[in-house]
Structure formats: structure tokens, C-alpha cells
Design a protein around this ligand. Structure first.
Ligand code: PEP
Ligand code: MN
Length: 368
């Protein structure tokens, strides 16, 4: 599908985020009590975080869990804003939520992953936000569907929201992985390359599902050049009513931001850096070109095999043959230091394209 342009106001013109990276949104998964909100906000106020977050309405998997405190929580957040000078943010999932946020001085809203997956709700929220100036961050949908994510961005943009950005929090998966949600970084990278100006946050708390992995995900996201982090922080994580395993105390967050992560420059004017990187990029370009030629000659041979199969009436797929090839390739690739998952993905894609090409040859023949 053609890329529609988004009309965007740069992140650092929103009046709440400042360079250098990372821009940080932090606060508890949920607002639970006035004391919890105020204690956490007080712990965060000197950390240089840009925006204080707290969930007011919580989309929980099971009924009967803590489903958010509702409007009273907005009043506690307003108090934190007043007393500690913090900007405040929460998740909205309906028109009613939007109206309450506008009434209570919320500075930024985000769209939760479950909501982004539902265009009816996204449209309803976009309509409610029409003609307001409030920034909106759109989390990725729970399922790994880039178009659905972009569709939500388009809906907000059409409603006149130009202070618009995204939060990558990973995707649901039935695979057993170490994180709660699968990062699928390639989807985030694809979105960034389609919309380089779109402000980009990563949410290591929801991606990790465990505080143990927040640091590595934060570092990865900075290394990829994303400018913001949303991290859950609670004054007493063990007692949190939601997501207790993935929240840091404000002290732990301070340690993470100031001691544990390294911010690398997105680009540099340094001359020798530029020369080095230019040389390395030139080498990559050459290797990519060679890869293309190699793939093309492989495909040529594959077509010849297709013709042979056609002429001798042999089926395209001999499953055992491909299993053996893949096994050999994975073994060799591993020796060469390449990850197995990568090898399997690449070679299955190559195989698929070959089968498709042979299929065309054989079906072309049968129509004769
Ligand atoms: C949240 O940020 O508290 C939340 C519910 O996140 P997500 O929509 O990513 O699950
Ligand atoms: Mn949460």
C-alpha cells in the first residue's frame, strides 16, 4: 500500500520533551491510592523524567482483577502535577476517558495495545480528540500487524492530531520466549524507515514483563536510535495491584538511567567517525550487491531444475531433500557464527521463492 504522509509536529516542540535522549515517561502501571501516586511522583520528580504516567482505566485480561481506580486517580495525578511540576499522562480507551482527561488537565494520552487493534475504538477516540492540542502516543497493536498500527496513526492524524508518536511494547506470541511480548524489532525498524520523523518510544516494562530485562531492552532501543522510553515505576513494586514484576522503584530507575544505560549519538559530526562509517557502509553496499547476484544465480539454477522436473513429470517438492539442505546450511551457518533462527528464516524464504518459480514453470507447461 502506498505510504500516506503523516503531518507531524517534532517531539521537541511538544513542550514536554527535551534533548538529549532518552525522553522518559515513567510512573506506575496503575494509580492505586493518593499516597502511592504522590510517593511515586515525588521519587521521580528529580530524575529528569519528562512525563509522569499512571493507568486510570486498566484493560485486564480477567474480570475481577483490579480494573483501575477511575476518575479519582486523575485528581491525584493533577495534584502530583501541581506539587511536583510534572506533566501527566494516561491511557484512554473510549470517548468518556478522553473527556475526563481533558477535564482534568492530562498533558498526553496514549492508546493501549488492545485498543490500537480495534479501528472502531480508535476512530471513536480520534473523533473525541478532534481539535484538541493534546499529544497522542499510539502503542503497537497486540498482534504484529504494521498496517493496523499505521492505520491508527492515520486516523488520529486525520482528526488533526499532529503531536503524534508511537510506543513499541512488543507483540503477543504463543511462542515460548523470555519476554512477555515479542519485540519483533524489524517491525519497529520498518515503521521508523517509513516515517523517520515519527517520535518513537519503547516500553521495556511491557515488552519484558520482568524488571530483569528492562535494562537490556532500554539499551537495545537506544542503540537502534529510538528517542524515548516509557518505563513503569512504583514506590513499592512488590505490592503493586497490576504488573508488579515489571516495575522499578524510582531509585532503581535512577540507577538505570544514570549508571546502567549508555546513550550513543544518533549521528556525529566527528570527521574520523564519518570516514570510518562511510567506509564500512560502502563495504556493506558491496556485500549486499554480491548477495543479490548470488541469489539471482541460485534462482536461475532453480528454474533450470524446474524445467527438468516439468519435462520429466516430477513433483516440485521433495520434502526430504529440503530438510537435508536446511540441516546442512544451519550446521555450517552456526559454525560461521550466524544465529540459527536467522538462517532458518532466510533459507526458508529462499526455498519458498524457488518453489514459487518452479511452480510457475510447471503450471505454465500444463496450460499448453
Ligand atoms: C500500560 O501501559 O499500562 C498498558 C496496559 O500497556 P499495553 O497497552 O502495552 O498492554
Ligand atoms: Mn502495566
Amino acid at each position: 500500500m502506498a505510504n500516506k504522509n503523516l503531518e507531524l509536529i517534532p517531539l521537541y516542540e511538544w513542550g514536554m520533551f527535551t534533548e538529549p535522549r532518552p525522553s522518559v515517561i515513567a510512573g506506575p502501571c496503575s494509580a492505586e491510592s493518593e499516597e502511592q501516586v504522590m510517593t511515586t511522583a515525588e521519587g521521580l520528580k528529580d530524575l529528569g523524567i519528562n512525563v509522569f504516567r499512571a493507568g486510570i482505566w486498566k484493560p485486564r485480561t480477567h474480570p475481577g482483577c483490579f480494573e483501575g481506580i477511575g476518575v479519582p486517580g486523575l485528581k491525584w495525578m493533577q495534584r502530583a502535577k501541581r506539587e511536583f511540576g510534572l506533566k501527566i499522562a494516561t491511557e484512554v480507551a473510549s470517548q468518556k476517558h478522553v473527556f475526563e482527561c481533558l477535564k482534568h488537565g492530562v498533558d498526553l494520552v496514549w492508546i493501549g495495545a488492545r485498543t490500537t487493534a480495534n479501528p472502531f475504538l480508535v476512530q471513536e477516540i480520534a473523533d473525541a480528540l478532534k481539535d484538541t492540542d493534546i499529544p497522542v502516543l499510539v502503542k503497537n497493536p497486540v498482534n504484529p500487524d504494521l498496517d493496523l498500527w499505521i492505520g491508527a496513526l492515520e486516523r488520529f492524524n486525520r482528526a488533526g492530531i499532529k503531536k503524534l508518536g508511537v510506543i513499541h511494547r512488543g507483540f503477543s506470541t504463543s511462542e515460548k520466549i523470555k519476554y512477555r511480548n515479542n519485540p519483533e524489532w524489524q517491525i519497529a525498524i520498518e515503521l521508523r524507515s517509513r516515517y523517520p520523523e515519527l517520535p518513537f518510544f519503547v516500553d521495556p516494562s511491557h515488552m519484558a514483563g520482568s524488571r530483569d530485562y528492562i535494562q537490556e531492552i532500554s539499551q537495545r532501543s537506544l542503540d537502534l536510535g529510538f528517542e524515548g522510553l516509557m518505563i513503569e515505576s512504583h514506590c513499592d513494586p512488590a505490592c503493586a495491584l497490576s504488573d508488579s514484576k515489571q516495575q522499578l522503584t524510582p531509585e532503581q530507575l535512577r540507577d538505570l538511567l544514570y549508571n546502567k544505560i549508555t546513550v550513543r549519538d544518533a549521528d556525529s559530526d566527528n570527521q574520523s567517525w564519518k570516514e570510518n562509517i562511510d567506509q564500512l557502509r560502502a563495504k556493506i553496499d558491496i556485500i549486499d550487491e554480491n548477495l543479490l547476484y548470488t541469489l539471482a544465480s541460485r534462482m536461475k539454477i532453480s528454474r533450470q531444475i524446474g524445467e527438468y522436473k516439468r519435462d520429466n513429470n516430477i513433483a516440485i517438492i521433495q520434502a526430504n531433500r529440503w530438510d537435508a539442505v536446511l540441516e546442512q546450511v544451519v550446521a555450517k551457518g552456526r559454525e560461521a557464527g550466524l544465529p540459527e533462527k536467522f538462517l532458518v528464516t532466510v533459507f526458508n524464504a529462499i526455498h519458498e521463492a524457488s518453489v514459487e518459480a518452479q511452480n510457475e514453470i510447471i503450471s505454465g507447461h500444463s496450460e499448453d
